[in-house]
Design a protein around this ligand. Structure first.
Ligand code: SF4
Ligand code: SF4
Length: 165
């Protein structure tokens, strides 16, 4: 008796399309407004640290020395604030799920310098060193001039003694 009651549903289901998707062969369409997770285009990142400073739960760490950007996905609340302050617009909310892997929660990316960037950095460093060298030479010349005049190197910079009453 019971089977007779269930038969129409069974037959209907046999000719209907499945309600689930044939994932991963069929791509998933995430619903509008889905926030997913934060991703970064690391080669655009300039390690300014703005995202780290504004992140409410402190989920982001930026190491300027190694140019490494790290997010603790357990701490991230997907508010999206970091994406709005990034000057290079290299952070974005990816609506999809993360790819399974050991880096799922502590996710790090390091900016690798291009040849042009390396050259630019070397030029900037050379300019900095030249400026330091020039400042030191100027200071030494001033000290030598003061010595030649018979005064202490920084005596000229001192205010004159008050006249005695
Ligand atoms: S989305 Fe919000 S919580 Fe997540 S890293 Fe960005 S600022 Fe922090
Ligand atoms: S705000 Fe943008 S450019 Fe600055 S450190 Fe974060 S991701 Fe990099």
């Amino acid at each position: 008796m019971g089977i007779m009651k269930f038969a129409p549903t069974m037959l209907k289901q046999l000719f209907e399309k499945p309600v689930t998707k044939n994932y991963p062969a069929e791509p998933i369409n995430y619903p509008e407004g889905s926030r997913g997770h934060i991703d970064i285009d690391i080669q655009q990142c300039i390690s300014c640290g703005m995202c780290m400073r504004v992140c409410p739960p402190g989920a982001i760490t930026v190491d300027r020395k190694t140019r490494t950007w790290t997010i603790n996905r357990f701490d991230c609340v997907q508010c999206g604030y970091c994406t709005t302050v990034c000057p290079k617009k290299c952070l974005y909310l990816n609506p999809g799920y993360q790819t399974p892997g050991p880096e799922k929660y502590i996710y790090s990316q390091t900016h690798v310098l291009t040849e042009a960037e390396k050259q630019h950095e070397a030029e900037m460093e050379a300019k900095k060193q030249a400026a330091i060298k020039a400042a030191m030479a100027k200071k030494a010349a001033a000290a030598a001039a003061a010595k030649k005049d018979g005064a202490a190197p920084d005596a000229a910079a001192k205010p004159a003694d008050k006249p005695q009453a």
